[in-house]
Design a binder for this molecule. Structure first.
Ligand code: SAM
Length: 287
């Protein structure tokens, strides 16, 4: 690593356009003009670490073949917003609880119950889903035939998610009985999600904007919150349509409130109510 004392100058308007275009092409994330400072500070910080002072040279590095892809994976982690928390939107998670309970009560569970957490960041969302699913299966005295696939574009976030280790502050929205049942204290005073939940969550690296290249596995629940907001309207619509195609008949898609207000799909019905934004796939539809 070469260190330099020469600080990069401010990004020019055309450099900002070039970098934000690259980010959007590769991740779907659209930056507003106000986010120029964020882009600049993250790119500059990384350039400093590598000893670069010229944005164009660093751009060359990032866009150059395989080594460019490795560098890109570091940079993308710096440029994505990974804000998240356990039970970030309780009403959506309580909706999933009722959905699973209804399936169990109506004896509609056939095979495994599959959940997809898209844009899972450091794991708080898929582990919250695992707690809810586990509650339902345990209460019904059923073996835990559920699985959660959790996808994110940030390798660093996924590495942290796989450990399942969080500090006490991260557990603020977890109820005391959930902490007791689903976390263990580590030697250094942190909290680790218990193994029986970690075993049910499979973290995978991927880019939701390339969803058509992903294996087409059908899901009972697709949970995607606080990700689509970063995308253009047409891209949100395409991704939502692709989610719809990946729902099992009777499955549910849950997004963040207000994240795509005008989207409709002929095979899905919007759930009535203002607390969650959810869409159920028609039971009779064949895959
Ligand atoms: C703000 S966090 C939301 C986390 C969680 N869903 C929640 O609501 O708390 C957005 C996450 O989406 C991920 N992300 C951004 N672009 C993505 C893409 N194209 N494909 C997959 N994940 C992406 C980011 O790395 C980040 O972890």
């Amino acid at each position: 690593m070469v260190w330099t004392l020469q600080a990069p100058t401010a990004l020019t308007e055309s450099q900002f356009v070039r970098w934000s275009k690259l980010l959007e092409e590769r991740t779907g994330i659209q930056l507003s003009a106000q986010q120029k400072a964020l882009l600049q500070s993250q790119v500059t910080m990384r350039m400093r670490e590598l000893g670069y002072s010229d944005y164009n040279q660093y751009y060359q590095l990032v866009t150059d073949g395989l080594s460019g892809l490795m560098e890109w994976s570091v940079l993308v982690d710096r440029l994505t917003v990974k804000e998240t928390s356990f039970f970030r939107h309780r009403p959506s998670l309580e909706y999933v609880r009722r959905f699973i309970q209804n399936r169990i009560n109506n004896r509609e569970l056939h095979g495994s119950f599959d959940i997809w957490s898209v844009g899972c960041a450091t794991g708080e969302e898929p582990y919250s889903l695992a707690m809810v699913a586990n509650d339902c299966f345990e209460l019904a005295g059923l073996p835990p035939y559920y699985g959660i696939t959790a996808l994110d574009i940030s390798s660093a976030a996924l590495a942290q998610a796989r450990t399942g280790i969080y500090n006490a502050r991260k557990l603020e929205q977890v109820q005391p009985d959930e902490v007791l049942r689903y976390f263990e204290r580590t030697d250094d005073g942190q909290f680790q999600v218990v193994k029986k939940l970690r075993d049910r969550v499979c973290f995978s690296h991927g880019n939701v904007t390339r969803i058509s290249a992903m294996p087409s596995v059908s899901m009972d629940v697709i949970f995607c919150q606080n990700l689509l907001v970063y995308f253009r309207r047409w891209l949100r619509r395409d991704i939502l349509n692709a989610f719809a195609a990946r729902l099992k008949p009777g499955g549910v898609l849950i997004i963040g409130l207000g994240e795509s207000v005008d989207w409709e799909h002929p095979g899905l019905k919007r759930v009535v109510g203002s607390e969650v934004q959810a869409y159920i796939r028609d039971q009779r539809q064949e895959q």
